[in-house]
Design a binder for this molecule. Structure first.
Ligand code: PMP
Ligand code: G9A
Length: 424
């Protein structure tokens, strides 16, 4: 609905569109719909008893101070516990390199506000997390996409894109990567590629955002070192969050950067929300210092691995041979490719009629390609709902294939020739 005050909106606000994921989240409230759409953790995995125990302890022992405003940087105990945890992954930081944010989503917003002027360029994967592109776009930035393969962003394609942009006088400020179990594709960037991407970022003087909400959710294979551990000149900003491993309702995440850069982000955050939810930060700090996290991670990894296997087995059983997908080694998503003549956005109406939901792939492509793809979340639904929902989705896809073969014209999307989003 258009507001009667929309003529007063800022240019940026006028351009802002609702997030498809946030809109789809409303479907989870409709009991009859089985949703594989939102990247939601399983509520059965939330550590309710431990949180209850910690809350009682904090209120009894620490008193009203934990309900007070906190510093913008965040609660010191939490920053120390996070720095310890990150150093165990090979980083070399102190608590002074840690800024607590209201979800990683806020960090994406703060980074955008800090680095982006209208018409600046951000390099993203095709596909990539749409919450990030929404944040970049809200500051007027232009996204340029680099195609991902089964090992994430291809450095050769990145270099091609950067050369092309350079020829047109454009030098991107930010390179946005989700190196582990990428949202939405599920792919992970191997070590050598991480190093190459970092070298290229150095050569072209870009800040690298290493967004890592899923890095601890590995179900098979070997862990790969974060890019931040190879960061020689402080250009990597690492984002971690409790959302996928503890509970998203806390809205607590962390941003790791060199101190100069972090100081700027702190100033930017001061204007945004003064500080992150203090009570939640104390709970998270206790959770880490009592050593509950590792034990909890083992539990949720076992749960999610089973759910992933369960969904893959149901897909093997029901999906038509025209559908293709890869088995993810971690994270929360299975990425599905359908024949080119299927538009998963058009198909969504039929899926909803069959009471099943997914996120159509084009919403993860800054250049609006990928119309034949879709993302399925496997962590939220019950096993029984996975069976029923995958069967419903398979029936929807089969019907759509028949419809298309019976003459509905294929969609006609073609990326522009150079693959650049704006005419330069
Ligand atoms: N980055 C990525 C890649 C995500 O998938 C998400 C949540 N789905 C976020 C950032 C934001 O997470 P939060 O704000 O809950 O920490
Ligand atoms: O609920 C959200 O917006 C977070 C989930 C993100 C996603 O589904 O990728």
């Amino acid at each position: 609905m258009v507001s009667k005050f929309s003529h007063l909106y800022s240019k940026n606000a006028k351009e802002m569109k609702a997030s498809e994921i946030r809109e789809l989240l409303k479907l989870t409230e409709r009991k009859e719909v089985i949703s594989f759409a939102g990247g939601l953790p399983n509520p059965g995995a939330f550590p309710v008893e431990r949180v209850r125990e910690i809350c009682s302890y904090l209120l009894d022992e620490k008193g009203p101070n934990i309900l007070q405003y906190g510093t913008t940087e965040g609660v010191k105990e939490l920053r120390i516990a996070i720095a310890d945890r990150m150093n165990k992954k090979g980083m070399n930081i102190t608590y002074k390199n840690v800024l607590i944010t209201s979800g990683s989503q806020q960090a994406l917003d703060l980074i955008s506000k800090t680095f982006l002027d209208p018409d600046d360029t951000v390099i993203v994967g095709a596909p990539t997390y749409l919450g990030a592109t929404n944040a970049f776009r809200s500051y007027g930035a232009v996204m340029e996409s680099v195609l991902l393969d089964e090992n994430g962003m291809d450095p050769d394609l990145l270099e091609d894109k950067l050369r092309l942009l350079q020829m047109h006088g454009r030098s991107p400020q930010l390179l946005y990567l989700i190196p582990a179990f990428q949202n939405p594709s599920g792919v992970t960037i191997p070590l050598e590629r991480r190093k190459r991407l970092l070298e290229i970022a150095r050569e072209y003087d870009m800040i690298v955002i290493e967004d890592a909400p899923y890095s601890e959710l590995r179900y098979s294979g070997e862990a790969v070192k974060p890019m931040k551990t190879m960061d020689e000149d402080g250009r990597v900003i690492y984002l971690g969050t409790f959302s996928k491993v503890l509970a998203p309702g806390f809205r607590i995440a962390w941003c790791i950067a060199d101190q100069d850069l972090l100081n700027k982000l702190i100033i930017v955050k001061q204007a945004a929300d003064l500080c992150t939810n203090t009570f939640g930060q104390y709970i998270a700090a206790e959770y880490l210092t009592r050593g509950y996290m590792d034990e909890h991670l083992e539990k949720i990894k076992a749960l999610y691995k089973n759910k992933c296997d369960h969904m893959l087995a149901a897909m093997d059983k029901h999906f038509p041979k025209e559908a293709k997908w890869a088995k993810p080694e971690g994270g929360m998503f299975i990425w599905v490719e359908l024949p080119k003549y299927i538009d998963t956005k058009d198909m969504f109406t039929h899926a909803l009629e069959n009471n099943v939901a997914y996120v159509h792939g084009a919403s993860f492509y800054a250049d609006h390609s990928g119309r034949n793809t879709m993302r399925l979340n496997f962590t939220y639904a019950t096993d029984e709902d996975i069976d029923i929902g995958i069967k419903r989705l398979a029936d929807t896809i089969k019907q759509e294939i028949v419809n298309q073969k019976n003459g509905k014209p294929a969609h006609t999307f073609k990326p522009d020739e150079e693959g650049l989003v704006v005419g330069v």
